[in-house]
Ligand binder design. Structure first.
Ligand code: SF4
Ligand code: SF4
Length: 383
């Protein structure tokens, strides 16, 4: 494992994301997930990222327990405030989406709960979750006082480093950073496809311009960049025999000097082992390889940009398996001979996209801004 000096610390270049832990019967499989954390820790990964909502709230509890057997100063824990799912109306805080029954009076209620769930008395890193065009006003509302409250917690030593994640535009990030100078890092979706597709290049530049470090999420875009089209695969093989498409995606990120933390949500030991090999040393792509990857990305732009984060499935009143539906559709886009109808015939009838009632709950929460109800109707027509 190689390390980056950032925020006055030596952080492993690869961080462990805790949004895609192995599951059993819809819950985190503690035994398998603990094996992953143990190997990650023993292999030198010292950064562990979670959030209030990951695994419907179970991720924070799991990771706190999983790390508790190791000395507290030997690992760094990051969690996030779910302000992107909150609103402030008539002097009251409220949640929307699947958390709408959840009641809190003050921001401190959430923060205290998170410390307790994780079993810690401070967070090494604490982020505002998904600063975007729809959440920025909440985060900046002086009556709610989110940033002031977090700055106070930092003074008290209950937060060591403050940051935020964002699926917003470069302009939104710039607006926020022009207003506050207390943040040290910003976590964005960054990979060779989103470099142009979601203009991650501009976000990277604006964050760097403000003097913050870039944290990377979705480095292989929820696995999409781990499987590439046959032509790209052949070209990859010719250039670097035996190198996996996922490793190419990570090497693209290793070429960005301000990408100080690369988070990967690893579900299996094999994924972790593969990533550990990639992060044994820095092996950045050269200019020519970078141009090749950006050209390869063009072919992926017709796919539905779903990262399988599953935020939408929690809010869907029809319990539709939205990411699985998009995965099948993407297979068809990549391979016109794929029989979409036959693939969907294995679905239970109530899980088919034709059951979508176009309520729009999913589209409101989707960080990729996919027009999910329209897509469901379009796919339903094809099967
Ligand atoms: S629009 Fe369709 S897919 Fe989206 S939440 Fe509503 S029913 Fe589910
Ligand atoms: S459709 Fe959007 S919210 Fe749903 S899993 Fe995909 S990226 Fe996540």
């Amino acid at each position: 494992m190689y390390y980056n000096e950032v925020c006055g610390l030596k952080l492993s270049a690869l961080g462990m994301g805790n949004m895609r832990l192995p599951q059993k019967a819809g819950k985190i499989d503690y035994e398998k997930a603990q094996e992953i954390i143990d190997l990650a820790y023993e292999s030198g990964i010292n950064y562990y990222d979670t959030a209030f909502r990951y695994h419907s709230g179970e991720s924070e509890i799991f990771i706190g327990k999983a790390l508790a057997k190791y000395p507290r100063e030997s690992w760094y824990l990051a969690s996030k405030l779910p302000g992107h799912q909150m609103h402030y109306e008539n002097g009251k805080l409220g949640f929307h989406g699947y958390l709408s029954d959840f009641q809190v009076e003050k921001i401190s209620d959430i923060f205290e709960m998170q410390l307790e769930k994780c079993g810690v008395d401070y967070f090494d890193f604490y982020l505002l979750h998904n600063l975007s065009e729809t959440s920025i006003d909440f985060y900046m509302n002086p009556e709610v006082g989110v940033v002031d409250y977090l700055k106070k917690q930092k003074e008290l030593g209950r937060i060591r480093h403050l940051g935020f994640s964002s699926h917003g535009s470069a302009e939104t990030i710039d607006r926020f950073l022009n207003a506050y100078d207390c943040f040290e890092f910003c976590q964005i979706q960054l990979n060779y496809l989103d470099w142009t597709l979601q203009d991650a290049a501009s976000k990277y530049d604006v964050i760097t311009k403000h003097g913050l470090a870039v944290w990377v999420m979705e480095p292989v875009r929820g696995g999409k960049l781990a499987i590439v089209d046959p032509t790209t695969k052949k070209e990859m093989e010719a250039r670097r025999p035996g190198e996996s498409p996922a490793r190419w995606a990570f090497r693209f990120l290793q070429s960005l000097p301000n990408a100080k933390m690369i988070l990967s949500g690893m579900t299996t030991l094999d994924q972790l082992k593969d990533n550990l090999r990639t992060f044994a040393y820095r092996d950045a792509v050269n200019e020519d390889e970078c141009a090749f990857l950006l050209e390869a990305a063009e072919k992926l732009k017709n796919l539905v940009p779903c990262t399988a984060c599953r935020y939408c499935t929690e809010d869907c009143p029809m319990s539709l398996p939205i990411p699985e539906i998009f995965a099948l559709y993407n297979t068809k886009v990549g391979d016109p001979s794929f029989d979409l109808k036959a693939a969907f015939s294995s679905f239970e009838p109530e899980k088919l996209p034709s059951n979508c009632i176009a309520c729009g709950a999913c589209a409101r929460i989707c960080p990729q801004r996919i027009r999910i109800p329209d897509m469901m109707a379009m796919i339903a027509e094809q099967i």
